[in-house]
Design a protein around this ligand. Structure first.
Ligand SMILES: [Fe+2]
Ligand SMILES: [Fe+2]
Length: 183
């Protein structure tokens, strides 16, 4: 008796998103190495921490597929795209990557609705929320580099930005934690 509670199409889609999260982890890892070799230790640490977060996302998909009686297919992952050319470029790439990932999370949610797979729909809501936080984090990075001078940021502005990045956590602040006292 087949105990797989996922449709074939859903299993494929979940596996593909799982491998995509793994690719994201690799991309952040390679950007982190780039930042370190450019002398930006704070940015590098931030990117390494974020890489780990993406790997945790991969594990969430993996565990869910197994839990539903599905088959996990860990695939090879393409090499990360070219290194950033500047901190500005790096943060723009991070933003684009997160927006792209939101799109693929949304398309999975749409598929859940079409299939009326409410268990997977429910599971996916965590990722919908998480992507809001990740986009928020990426927007914060863009704000930081813009204030530092964007493409023309001076060495001293980049130095302070790097220091600030080293001091902050890898996660975006959860919207739920915001109150009128702590905006
Ligand atoms: Fe992710
Ligand atoms: Fe992400």
């Amino acid at each position: 008796m087949d105990s797989n509670r996922l449709s074939k199409a859903m299993q494929t889609a979940l596996n593909s998103q799982m491998n995509k999260e793994n690719l994201q982890a690799q991309i952040y890892l390679s950007y982190g190495c780039w930042a370190d070799s450019e002398g930006y230790e704070g940015i590098s640490n931030f990117l390494f921490r974020h890489s780990k977060e993406e790997r945790d996302h991969m594990m969430k998909f993996l565990e869910y597929i197994l839990k539903r009686g599905g088959k996990v297919a860990v695939s090879e992952i393409p090499a990360p795209s070219a290194n950033p050319t500047s901190v500005n470029d790096c943060f723009e790439k991070v933003f684009k990557q997160e927006v792209d990932n939101t799109k693929s999370i949304y398309s999975l949610v749409k598929q859940c609705m079409e299939e009326e797979d409410w268990a997977t729909w429910n599971f996916m809501q965590w990722f919908v929320m998480e992507q809001t936080e990740e986009e928020n984090l990426a927007i914060e990075l863009l704000d930081m580099i813009r204030v530092a001078g964007g493409k023309d940021a001076s060495h001293s502005a980049l130095f302070s930005l790097d220091k600030r990045m080293g001091e902050r956590g890898g996660d975006a602040r959860l919207a739920q934690e915001v109150t009128t006292d702590r905006p």
